[in-house]
Write a protein that binds this ligand. Structure first.
Ligand code: HEM
Length: 486
């Protein structure tokens, strides 16, 4: 993509090194003279921001590991010691804990950017798939890391998630025990989670190298989704992209700093400040915000389908929700890459974003929470006094408690007037729309977007006219702006 190298070693040392290890040439061709589409917007700065996040997590993580003790008796206290006694421990720990959220915020923007502008489409399929591999590794790393402070949410989150593996027939239980290193979440679990949490970021770094390599083979996509045709479509990476990346990174760091210095615990769960207690289950076990949409999908299935239990169904759907991203390049049939020129697909995409946010909301709620209700609870009763005769009693209320209270009044009044007798009651429940049902609808849209909307719409939709070149697209924009100004 970048064409023949333009690097010219100037000093004798540079020539000597270039003949033995052309690393400076590689850096020059990739990050200085690399031809970058001239129409990239700020969404293309998130790759650089993600690099910063990864390095920050690794550096702060290594320092934290110097003071952390991976034992169930000391883990919680060692984190408290880091926050209170270790010089600048409060800062390092805050950066690492908040940094996880910032990393996910950036990666979601990066992924949705890819979805909107069709960056996953040919010839960038491998680049996208490597991205999904990074995402899977990131979620695993974040889950393992959350267990390390050994708070209530650490312990119970790990219990809930490892327990889901038991739903897999035959191999489920051995996998669960292998993950836990025993029959329950205990010291061996904490030890292996710490070891893997330390290892995985380096694996991520390795896959990021492949990701950027794949990017440099195909070249960057751009907001118009058209391939670079000639030099007029590009600008050199340095200074244009470098300065833009730097500016966006500084803005991101300011937002990051606001959380680190003013809202360090805003993104975490207060229960994780309580040491893990295997005998006390918290009322609501929830993961960190960035895993909530997948948690909602995991819990969406509350019924079994033939031999597939509700638990296994949820697990399969959650795995499918991530797995589907791997085959996305082959699901979207549209010839036009960017949704900028796909007026209908754009609306489906916006709904998709809203659905993902709503799934996140559902993941944070209790599955039984009632969102809407049609009608009221009704208690019907027949009362047969010992003296003879029969009376019917009916009481209603918005909640079962309210209906029961109203019924009790009637019952007491009837008993007082007609004397003791026999009471038969039936309760008619109204239709209630609960978080679980909402999650089911949202999950349906999530899958329909990939399995129906993208494949069918790609064939049926009439896209807007796509400019022939990036230079022409920019020219048209400039022309429109000049006309507006005139
Ligand atoms: C540690 C995490 C990641 C890092 C450091 C990273 C880094 C980068 C960089 C530096 C670029 C080029 C600049 C840019 O387009 O912003 C890029 C592009 C890209 N990334 Fe990532 N990435 C990460 C995760 C992901 C994930 C999770 C996905 C998708 C699932 C993904 C998909 C893509 C795609 C499709 C492109 C090409 C974009 C285009 O040219 O239009 N990346 N990435």
């Amino acid at each position: 993509m970048s064409g023949p190298s333009t690097y010219e070693p100037k000093t004798g040392f540079e020539r000597w090194l270039d003949q033995r290890l052309p690393i400076v040439r590689m850096m020059h061709d990739s990050f200085v003279d690399y031809p970058t589409p001239r129409n990239l917007n700020y969404f293309w700065t998130f790759g650089a921001i993600l690099m910063l996040c990864l390095v920050t997590q690794i550096v702060t993580g290594i320092v934290l590991a110097m003071h952390y003790t991976p034992s169930i008796d000391d883990a919680f206290n060692s984190v408290q010691r880091i926050r209170r006694d270790v010089p600048f421990g409060w800062l390092i720990q805050n950066i690492h804990a908040t940094g996880a959220s910032m990393f996910f915020l950036a990666v979601y923007i990066h992924m949705f950017r890819g979805l909107y502008y069709g960056s996953y489409k040919a010839p960038r399929e491998v680049l996208w798939i490597l991205g999904v591999v990074i995402y899977v590794l990131m979620t695993a790393t974040a889950f393992l890391g959350y267990v390390l402070p050994w708070g209530q949410m650490s312990f119970w989150g790990a219990t809930v998630i490892t327990n889901f593996f038991t739903a897999i027939p035959v191999v489920g239980e051995p996998i669960q025990q292998w993950l836990m290193g025993g029959f329950a979440i205990d010291n061996p679990t904490l030890n292996r989670f710490f070891s893997l949490h330390y290892l995985l970021p380096f694996v991520i770094a390795g896959v990021v190298i492949l990701h950027v390599w794949a990017l440099h083979v195909t070249g960057q996509n751009n907001p118009d989704g058209i391939e670079v045709k000639d030099k007029a479509d590009t600008v050199p990476f340095t200074p244009y992209a470098t300065i833009k990346d730097l500016f966006a990174t500084v803005l991101f760091m300011i937002m990051f700093a606001v959380f680190v210095f003013f809202l360090p615990d805003a993104l975490g769960h207060p229960d994780n400040f309580i040491p893990a207690d295997p005998l006390k289950t918290p009322p609501h076990i929830v993961p960190e915000w960035y895993l909530l949409p997948f948690y909602a999908i995991l819990r969406a299935i509350d019924f079994s389908i033939g031999p597939i239990s509700a638990k296994l169904g949820g697990l399969m759907l959650m795995a499918g929700a991530i797995g589907i991203l791997f085959i996305l390049p082959w699901l979207d049939t549209s010839k036009v890459r960017s949704m900028r020129y796909r007026p209908v697909a754009r609306w489906f995409f916006l709904i998709f974003v809203a659905v993902c946010l709503a799934l996140g909301w559902c993941g944070a709620q209790s599955p039984d929470k009632v969102i809407g209700q049609a009608g009221e609870f009704t208690i019907n009763a027949t009362y047969k006094p010992a003296a003879g005769g029969e009376q019917t009693l009916t009481a209603t209320g918005h909640t079962l408690e309210a209906a029961e209270k109203a019924f009790e009044k009637q019952r007491a009044a009837t008993v007082a007037s007609a004397g003791a007798g026999e009471l038969t009651t039936t309760v008619v429940k109204p239709f209630q729309f609960k978080v679980t049902q909402f999650s089911q609808l949202l999950t349906l849209y999530y899958f329909a977007f990939f399995l129906l909307v993208l494949p069918i719409l790609g064939l049926r939709e009439t896209p807007n006219r796509v400019p022939e070149t990036i230079a022409k697209a920019i020219g048209a924009k400039r022309g429109a702006a000049a006309e507006k100004g005139a």
